[in-house]
Design a protein around this ligand. Structure first.
Ligand code: COA
Length: 372
C-alpha cells in the first residue's frame, strides 16, 4: 500500500456576489407581483399568498451573509428568479468544466505539478451539466492530463467520497496522481422562489491534487484515513432526473429543483455525522485533543457549531473550525474544501485535522489528514 498526500488545493470564486439584502429585495418584489397577480384566488382561499422573506431571519437561521453566483442578474430579476446560463454549443467548453479547470490549475500550481503527470480526474459534484460525455473527461482534455477521468455524484458529500476514491486508487498503485474537482453551480438547482430555502446556496469550484506520498518533500497533508457512509432519506431531494421527458414532466414542477425538510435534516443528520466522526477517530486512535482543525461541510453555522463541539468535546477556539459560509453560503460538496483551501496553510508538521462533508443521501464522508 502506498501513502497518499494532498499536495495542492484550488478555489474558483465567481466574481458576482448577492448580499442577503439584495436577495430579499428581489424575493419580496417577486412575492408582491405573485400576490397581485393571484389576488382573487388568494382572497378566495384557493392560492396561498407568498409571505415576505427577511435578511435578519436568513442570517440568524443560517449564518449566511452573501453568496457568489455565476449570474446575478437572472437570480435577482423578480420576473425570472433563476440564473441565465445559456446552453453552450458542443464545440465550446461547458460552464462546469471552465470553473473546474480554473480550480484545478491553482491546485496544480500550488503543488508544482505538470498536468501531464496527473493520471486521473474525478469530477465529484451534486449536479452535472449533462449526462455524458463526462465533465471530468472534458476537464482532462482542457488541462491535458493523462490516463482517465469520470464523474461521480454523492450530493454534498461528493468531495470526500471523491477523495476516498482517488486515495484508494493511489494506495493500491493503479495511479500515482489524481485531481478531485468540485464545480458546483448550485444556483441552477436552487428554487429561488421558495422562501424557505432561497438563501441557502451559492456557486464555486474547488479542486485538490492527491499524490503518492513517497519521495515528496514539500508542504502537504498526508491522508491518514478516509471513511464514507450513506443511509437513504427523501428529506433532501431533487427529482430532475434524465427521465423527466419520458415521464411527461416538462412543466414547471417544484420537485424538479432542490427540496428539503430542513428541520428533519437538522435533527437526523447531526447525530449521524457526529457518530460517524467519533467512530472514525476512535478506530484510527485519533483523540480530540490531537485534532488541530476541522474543515466541515458548510450548510449552516448552528450545525457546524454543534458538530465542532461534539467532536472536540468543547467549544472550538476561533480558527479551529473555520466557517466560510458567511461569504459563500452552502456550496454543496465544495464547502469543506473551500474551508480547507483557505485555512490550511498555517498548520505545523505533525498537526492533524479532519475534513468532513455530509448531505443528501443521506451521506457523510470524513478524511483524517496530517501536515507534513
Ligand atoms: N424569511 C423569513 N421567515 C422565514 C424564511 C425566510 N426566508 N424562511 C422560513 N421562514 C419562517 C418559516 O415559515 C417558519 O415560520 P413559522 O414558525 O411561522 O412556521 C420560521 O421562519 C422557521 O422556519 P424553519 O424552516 O423551521 O427555520 P429553521 O430554523 O429550521 O432554519 C434552515 C431553516 C433551512 C436554515 C435550517 O433548517 C437548516 O439549515 N437545516 C439544515 C439544512 C441542510 O443542511 N440541508 C442540506 C442541504 S444540502
Amino acid at each position: 500500500m502506498h501513502g497518499v498526500a494532498i499536495t495542492g488545493s484550488g478555489l474558483f470564486t465567481p466574481p458576482e456576489v448577492i448580499t442577503n439584502d439584495e436577495l430579499v429585495a428581489a424575493f419580496n418584489a417577486y412575492a408582491d407581483r405573485f400576490n397581485a397577480a393571484h389576488a382573487d384566488a388568494i382572497a378566495a382561499g384557493e392560492v396561498a399568498a407568498k409571505p415576505q422573506s427577511s435578511a435578519e431571519f436568513i442570517f440568524n437561521a443560517s449564518g449566511i451573509e452573501r453568496r457568489h453566483v455565476m449570474d446575478k442578474a437572472g437570480v435577482l430579476d423578480p420576473d425570472r428568479m433563476c440564473p441565465r446560463l445559456d446552453a453552450r454549443p458542443d464545440d465550446a467548453p461547458s460552464i462546469m468544466a471552465e470553473m473546474g479547470v480554473d480550480a484545478c490549475r491553482k491546485a496544480l500550481d500550488m503543488a508544482g505539478v505538470d498536468p501531464g503527470a496527473v493520471d486521473a480526474v474525478i469530477c465529484a459534484a451534486s449536479n452535472h451539466e449533462r449526462a455524458y460525455p463526462a465533465i471530468a473527461v472534458e476537464i482532462q482534455s482542457l488541462l491535458g492530463t493523462s490516463g482517465f477521468a469520470f464523474d461521480m455524484n454523492v450530493a454534498c458529500s461528493s468531495a470526500t467520497f471523491g477523495i476516498q476514491t482517488a486515495a484508494d486508487m493511489i494506495r493500491a498503485g493503479s495511479i500515482r496522481r489524481a485531481l478531485v474537482v468540485n464545480p458546483e453551480i448550485c444556483s441552477g438547482h436552487l428554487e429561488w422562489r421558495d422562501r424557505d430555502c432561497h438563501f441557502i446556496f451559492g456557486d464555486v469550484a474547488t479542486a485538490v491534487l492527491l499524490e503518492r506520498d513517497e519521495g515528496l518533500s514539500g508542504p502537504r497533508y498526508r491522508i491518514l484515513s478516509t471513511r464514507c457512509a450513506t443511509q437513504f432519506s427523501n428529506n433532501i431531494r431533487n427529482n430532475n432526473g434524465f427521465l423527466r421527458r419520458a415521464h411527461d414532466q416538462m412543466e414547471d414542477r417544484r420537485d424538479m429543483q432542490f427540496m428539503q425538510e430542513g428541520r428533519k435534516v437538522f435533527k437526523e443528520v447531526l447525530p449521524m455525522v457526529s457518530a460517524h466522526i467519533a467512530g472514525h477517530m476512535q478506530d484510527e486512535g485519533v483523540t480530540a485533543d490531537s485534532l488541530k482543525r476541522l474543515w466541515l461541510h458548510q450548510a449552516n453555522k448552528t450545525m457546524n457549531d454543534y458538530i465542532g463541539k461534539k467532536v472536540l468535546g468543547r467549544t472550538p477556539e476561533r480558527g479551529e473550525q473555520p466557517n466560510i459560509l458567511q461569504d459563500y453560503a452552502n456550496t454543496s460538496s465544495a464547502g469543506s474544501i473551500i474551508a480547507f483551501a483557505l485555512h490550511s496553510g498555517d498548520l505545523a508538521p505533525g498537526d492533524r485535522g479532519l475534513i468532513c462533508s455530509f448531505g443528501a443521501g443521506y451521506s457523510v464522508g470524513s478524511v483524517i489528514v496530517e501536515r507534513a
